[in-house]
Design a protein around this ligand. Structure first.
Ligand code: SAM
Length: 230
């Protein structure tokens, strides 16, 4: 039986029983294979844009004898989804938030039958929350976790209109509510990086773009400091 990493297991835990799944950027297809073998879902599409990982996904689903239930497709983003699949859940894990948001934006019309999107950005989760608000989705669940010294966020979306404050968009409405130890560690790390960037800009020529960059970083630092203090 496939043993998922803590990160992918947390993504898997957000997939509802009997979901019809499209896992985009599936790589080895571990996530859909695990969910099918566990009997949590009946069928899935595993989409991969790069030939090597696509072939390893094909090989794995055959080896695990789930090739009847999992369709592996070589495709860019949501182009892996066909209308007749009747996909209701999309997972996109292990990429940057901006890339995930662009995959969702470019393939919007493929989301017609989708009720839940589970995104696991390695960085910049705010890009996903921003995309959600602009496109009629809202955050219904979030998790933050640490594995092998890396910190990951998971953002779960369902349909619905909402707005978020700047703070909620950056830090996550649910994560902000919980403010657990990993959350504190993540944002302390981010602040250290922002301060490093500010320091490196100290001697830069103060043109408009440097000024704007400094102002944005200072705003973010003030916002996060306040959150971590309270
Ligand atoms: N989802 C798996 C996980 O979380 O362990 C694999 C993550 S791996 C770091 C990212 C995968 O996404 C790579 O295999 C990459 O080829 C694929 N990928 C990147 N951009 C993609 C796109 N536009 N469409 C489909 N797959 C993509």
């Amino acid at each position: 039986m496939i043993q998922l990493s803590k990160r992918l297991q947390t993504v898997a835990d957000f997939v509802k029983e009997d979901a019809v799944l499209a896992d985009i950027g599936s790589d080895h297809a571990y996530l859909p294979t695990y969910l099918v073998k566990k009997g949590i879902i009946q069928r899935a599409v595993a989409g991969e844009v790069v030939k090597g990982p696509y072939e390893s996904a094909l090989k794995n689903v055959k080896r695990e004898a789930v090739d009847e239930q999992i369709m592996v497709r070589l495709a860019n983003g949501l182009a892996a989804i066909e209308k007749s699949d009747q996909i209701d859940t999309v997972t996109i894990a292990g990429m940057g938030g901006a890339l995930i948001a662009s995959i969702l934006e470019e393939g919007k019309e493929k989301l017609e039958t989708v009720e839940r999107i589970i995104a696991q950005p390695n960085i910049h989760a705010e890009a996903i929350r921003k995309w959600a608000v602009l496109n009629g989705w809202r955050v219904v669940g979030e998790k933050i976790l640490k594995e092998d010294h890396k910190i990951y966020e998971i953002v779960v979306l369902e349909r619905g209109r909402t707005t978020y404050t700047e703070k909620e968009q950056l830090l996550g409405p649910f994560l902000l509510e919980e403010k657990n130890e990993v959350f504190h560690e993540k944002w302390k790390r981010e602040m250290t990086q922002w301060e490093r960037i500010l320091d490196s800009l100290k001697d830069a020529t103060e043109d408009a773009s440097v000024k704007e960059k400094k102002a944005t970083l200072n705003e973010k630092i003030t916002l996060v400091e306040e959150v971590l203090r309270n």
